[in-house]
Ligand binder design. Structure first.
Ligand SMILES: [Zn+2]
Length: 161
């Protein structure tokens, strides 16, 4: 595992070595450090769990998932595109409900607002899948180096009690 990464002390992150195979299309190579996908991972240091006092210490670092420039651009564009589409839908619903003087818009806007993040992620992942590459979360999950970190006590979610 060590030779697949170099640790950047200043940015507290594990950087994939130059020219690692892209995890999202399996065709390109990581050629620009800032275009890799960096995911947060955590490791529990010390767990004290008393009745009245709970403390948890953990390390948090970023781990780089190799991503080629083409996948970086695709992820970025579809992130923007999915937000734009959702905003247009929200505006259309507002305008339509205004013209028809109905409460329909209100009933649609509220669930839309609550589920915006989920909708945006779904829409983004759908747009990305049309280019036959993995979404940011799917590509991250299948990264073999991240998998080996996860079996060594690291987690992708902050440790909780
Ligand atoms: Zn790629």
């Amino acid at each position: 595992m060590e030779e697949k990464y170099t640790f950047n002390k200043k940015k507290l992150r594990l950087e994939p070595i130059h020219n690692s195979k892209c995890e999202f299309c399996s065709k390109g190579f990581s050629d620009n450090m800032e275009r890799n996908l960096f995911a947060d991972i955590y490791k529990v240091h010390d767990k004290t769990n008393l009745i009245v006092y709970k403390s948890i210490k953990f390390d948090k670092i970023k781990v780089g998932i190799p991503r080629c420039s083409s996948c970086f651009v695709n992820h970025y564009e579809n992130e923007v595109k999915s937000w734009v589409i959702l905003i247009i839908i929200a505006v259309l619903i507002s305008i339509l409900s205004f013209f028809f003087s109905t409460l329909l818009g209100v009933f649609l806007i509220i669930p839309l607002a609550f589920s915006t993040y989920i909708l945006q992620t779904r829409l983004r992942d759908y747009l990305i899948s049309k280019a036959f590459i993995f979404s940011p979360s799917d590509g991250t999950k299948k990264d073999p180096n991240l998998k080996s970190l996860l079996t060594n006590g690291w987690t992708t979610t902050p440790p909780s009690f």
